[in-house]
Each structure stands twice: as C-alpha cells, then as structure tokens.
Design a protein around this ligand. Structure first.
Ligand SMILES: Cc1cc2nc3c(=O)[nH]c(=O)nc-3n(C[C@H](O)[C@H](O)[C@H](O)COP(=O)(O)OP(=O)(O)OC[C@H]3O[C@@H](n4cnc5c(N)ncnc54)[C@H](O)[C@@H]3O)c2cc1C
Length: 521
C-alpha cells in the first residue's frame, strides 16, 4: 500500500535530517528505525544506574551550519556554543599538559614562546587549506558523467579559492595535500605533546597511523568542521549527543515526518530496475516512489537490494569498501571526578587527549595492522557530568573515552581480547590520572564488534567506510553510487557512507535531500 511519498531507512541523525528536509519540501515521509529510539550512533543512554552518556559520538564539532539553519535547530532546542567552545588538553605523564583554548587553539598554553609562534603560523595555514575543501562538504561530489551548472560552479569556487591563496601558498597546498601528518608536523613544530595531539586528531576514526600516506587529509576534514560558526570549535552538548538528535527529531516531527521505531527493514523491493518499496522483518510491505537509505551502503546494496538486481562489477566494488573500525568506546561510572596530572578545572571540562607524541600514536597503530590491539592505547577523554550534573548521581562522575586502536577483526577474538584491552586502557588512564582505578563503580567497553551489533554499523566504523583518498568524493561509497544516486532508480543514499563522510554533521542527509528534491524524486 502507498502511504508515503518517501521512505527513509534508518533514523540516525542523517536519516532524520534528510527526512525533515524532504517533508519541508512537501513530501509525505516515513522513517523506519530498527532501534527502539532514533539517533543511531549519536544517542545518549544510561550505561549504569543513574549514569548517562553519549553512547558513541560524544564531541560535537561539525554539525553543518546549513543543517542548523535550514531546520531552525536552535528553535528546536539545539544548544548554542558558549565562548570559544571547550579546550583540548594534550595530557602529559609528567604533569605538564599543553592546552589549546578557543576554536582549535587560538591560544596555546604550556608551550615555549617559539613553539607558540610556530603553532600560530601552522594553525593559520591549516585553516586556510581546510577552507579550500570546505565548500565541497555541502555539495554533491562532481559528476564525471556531465556536471550540472551548480556542480561546475561549485568546482569553480574551489578553483577560485585556490587561486586566491596566491602562488606560493597554492604550490604548498598542492605539495602537502596527500602528505602524512607526522612529516608535516616535524617540518613545522618541536613540541611532542602538540604534535601528538594533532597526529591523534588526524587519524581519529580511521585505519591510519600518523605516518600512513595521506593521513593529513583527516586533519583537514576535522578542521573543515565548525561549531557555532567557529571553524575548529567543539562542544559537549548538554544532555549529551542525544539532545542534538532530539532537536533534529523535533524539526522532523514539526515538518510532519512519521517515525516508526523498532522496525527493521529486511528488503528493498525492486521492480523493473526501480525501487518501489520495502519489506519489514515481519513480512509487511510498504510502498513509496522514493526510497532513501540512511544506513551503511554495503548493507543497502548487498543485503537489502541483493546482488541479483545489480551489475556484477558494481557488487564487487561495494563488497570491497574498506570499513573495519579501529575505535572503541569506554564509559566509566566513577565515585568522584578524576584528577588528571597538572590539569586545571577548565581543562577537566575540555577534551583530554592521551597521545604523547606522533611516534606513540604510530606505535599504538602498528599492532592493529596485524589484528592486535594497542598495549598502550591513545584516547580522547571527556567528563560530561562536570558540565551537566544531570548525567551522574550527586558527587559522582561520568568518563567517556574514544580509544584507539582496537581492530574490528581482533585475531584472538573480542571475547578473549576485551578484558585484556580494558586492562590496558585502565593502566594507561592510571598513569595520567593516578588513583582513578579505585573510584570505578562500573565500566562499559564497546569494541567495534559491539558497536556493529548494538548500532547496526558494519565494522563498527566511524564513517560507515574508511574516509581515505580512494573512498572520497566521487569514489564515495563507490563510483556508480556517488552523489546519493544509485544504479536502482528511485533509490538514494544519505548516510555517513556517502560524501562527505561521517561525524555528526548532517551533511550527507542535507546533500541527499537537496539532490532528491532537485531530481523531483
Ligand atoms: C567510537 C566512535 C566514536 C565517535 N565519536 C564521534 C564524535 O565524538 N563526534 C562525531 O561527530 N562523530 C563521532 N563518531 C562518528 C559518528 O558517530 C557517525 O559518523 C554518525 O553517527 C553516523 O550517523 P548516520 O546517521 O549516518 O548513521 P548511524 O548513526 O549509524 O545511524 C543509522 C541508523 O540506521 C538504523 N538501521 C540500520 N540498519 C537498519 C535496518 N535494516 N532497518 C532500519 N533501521 C536500520 C540504525 O539502527 C541507526 O539508528 C564516532 C564513531 C565511533 C564509531
């Protein structure tokens, strides 16, 4: 039966953004979400009695301004950025941390005067170069089969921005673009703490070490994001990432989107090469002229559509998308707030990073190439209950950490490996916050395999597919399904696996909605 103009499969934040924009454009839209609530990897949940946390994504640094504006998210309860956002603290075992304050280090505290000067120069250059790539985030990647006027103009904008850099900067931009981050940092900086932090940020969420070719691209992707209009800024939303999803969900509801939770889509129905509806796990069928998949591209094509409907070459490309995650998530319910060595009260409310040097990050990465976890992992820690007391009982504290490297396909298997990895993480934490171990009431560690099972993210991958040069732009997720269209008429993609990639940005959802509206799909 036809009950909607469009069905969106998956109620993660991208699915909700796309649904809300389609509904605002006059479509009757239904979102089908497998979980009991929407938000996907951007939910907030209770992980121990009285302790709540952003279950996977915990730092907001790239929600696209066009998403915020076009859905009036501030009116729907999106919290705005306070000051320059939260600081980043590069922790040190010796109790001498280094702090980046303001939007990604306008002010650097704890480094020598010469390092501060070198950082200001590098910071300005990084933002200039990230700014070149920024217009691409909110557009379709160029269509090699023939560009529409809008796409040609967008590319023209990038070329113009490049030209505006001037000859010397343009040459340097082209020199560094595919470099590894460690080499660039070694060229310009001295302080291992600062270099370690930047190396960590460049490789977060990917299967790359700082010395892997092209690892600098990850830093540009990070810095092309913004919060509250400030490039590179970051915040922990009050109530956790779930409050961002609640604002998007409220905008979707106000636009008339209907959401069905606890509804697993098993099949995309295809007739004569055209998507005509979906079949749910219980066998119920729903029909619509437009089907939008906000879930992983490989699941979409290989499981829901099925290889019989697709060209063999296309199936091969899809089955080769690299998407084995390396990032784990740790949640600790603590009796009291921990004290990280040398960190002040403002720093404890920031993003605390254990990545003492690029070499340390590289050494942490090495074992993951062979299916082993890092014995001395690197991590990004937040203490969200310090800024939002509703997240923990009185006097107690929540610790949330993204920890690398934890290969999805651990050679010994995660049943055996998980307790050992947890021990390694806690030992690492103890070095930087002595005594923390004694205050742990409850610990929850989610490996990529857990993330896959709980959030239906294949490989537990941050971006639903590696965000590396060969899986970007018109090769994202693969050539033939780039730009949100697919080989199946009436079927579109709109999740993190599509351009420009993952993170809580809403950009794939935004761009896909624009495409579908333009196609009158
Ligand atoms: C460890 C880790 C830490 C991260 N930290 C951050 C961070 O701090 N900041 C940040 O910006 N990003 C972070 N990310 C990345 C971010 O979480 C994701 O890129 C983002 O949530 C992807 O959003 P999405 O809407 O595209 O997909 P998802 O959030 O994966 O949503 C997809 C939805 O589809 C549903 N679904 C799947 N299959 C079906 C089906 N068959 N039928 C119906 N529904 C289905 C799922 O249940 C889910 O709700 C992190 C990722 C990881 C793995």
């Amino acid at each position: 039966m036809t009950s909607s103009d469009a069905i969106v499969i998956g109620g993660g934040h991208n699915g909700l953004v796309c649904a809300a924009l389609l509904a605002r454009a006059g479509r009757k839209v239904t979102v089908l979400e497998a979980g009991s609530e929407t938000g996907g990897a951007a939910r907030s949940e209770e992980f121990s009695p009285g302790f709540r946390v952003s279950s996977i994504a915990h730092v907001l640094n790239r929600l696209h301004p066009d998403v915020v504006a076009s859905l009036d998210l501030e009116k729907h309860g999106l919290q705005t950025l306070v000051g320059g956002g939260m600081p980043s603290v590069a922790l040190s075992e010796k109790g001498e941390p280094l702090t980046l304050r303001g939007a990604y280090g306008e002010v650097l505290v704890g480094a020598s005067a010469s390092e501060q000067a070198a950082w200001q120069e590098l910071r300005a250059q990084l933002f200039r170069y990230a700014g070149i790539l920024k217009p691409m985030l909110s557009r379709r990647p160029p269509d090699l089969n023939g560009m529409a006027l809008g796409e040609t103009l967008a590319l023209g904008q990038v070329a113009l921005a490049l030209k505006r850099l001037g000859k010397e900067d343009m040459r340097d931009f082209l020199r560094v673009i595919l470099m590894n981050v460690a080499d660039l940092l070694d060229e310009q900086l001295e302080d291992d703490r600062l270099k370690g932090l930047l190396a960590f940020d460049a490789t977060l969420g990917s299967h790359l070490g700082p010395r892997s070719p092209t690892s600098l691209l990850g830093l540009y992707y990070r810095l092309a994001g913004e919060a509250g209009g400030l490039p590179g800024a970051q915040m922990m939303p009050k109530g956790g990432m779930g409050s961002v999803v609640a604002a998007i969900g409220s905008a979707a509801g106000a636009a008339g989107v209907s959401i069905r939770a606890d509804t697993v889509v098993d099949k995309i129905l295809v007739e004569n090469g055209r998507a005509v509806g979906v079949e749910l796990a219980g066998g119920e069928q729903l029909r619509a002229a437009t089907i939008v998949s906000a879930i992983n591209p490989a699941t979409t094509f290989l499981d829901l559509v099925g290889p019989r409907e697709l060209d063999t070459g296309f199936v091969r490309k899809v089955s080769h998308i690299r998407m084995k995650g390396d990032a784990a998530k740790l949640h600790l319910a603590l009796d009291r707030p921990p004290e990280f060595l040398g960190v002040d009260a403002a720093g404890h409310r920031g993003r605390l990073v254990i990545a003492p040097s690029p070499n340390h990050v590289e050494r942490a990465f090495n074992p993951s190439k062979y299916g082993e976890f890092s014995p001395e992992p690197v991590m990004e820690i937040t203490l969200p209950s310090l800024a939002d007391s509703s997240l923990a009982p009185d006097g107690a504290c929540v610790l949330s950490a993204v920890v690398q490297y934890a290969p999805y396909a651990l050679r010994e298997g995660w049943t055996k490996g998980k307790p050992k990895f947890q021990k390694a993480i806690l030992a690492q934490l103890e070095k930087f916050a002595p005594g923390i171990g004694k205050t742990i009431r409850h610990a929850e560690l989610l490996t990529p395999a857990d993330i896959e099972a709980r959030y239906r993210m294949p490989g537990g991958h941050w971006h639903h597919g590696e965000l590396q040069a060969d899986q970007m732009l018109m090769s994202r997720p693969v050539f033939g399904a780039d730009g949100y269209d697919t080989p199946i008429a009436g079927l579109y993609l709109c999740g993190a696996g599509s351009h420009p990639g993952g993170g809580v940005s809403g950009a794939p959802g935004l761009n896909a909605a624009r495409r579908i509206i333009a196609m009158k799909g």
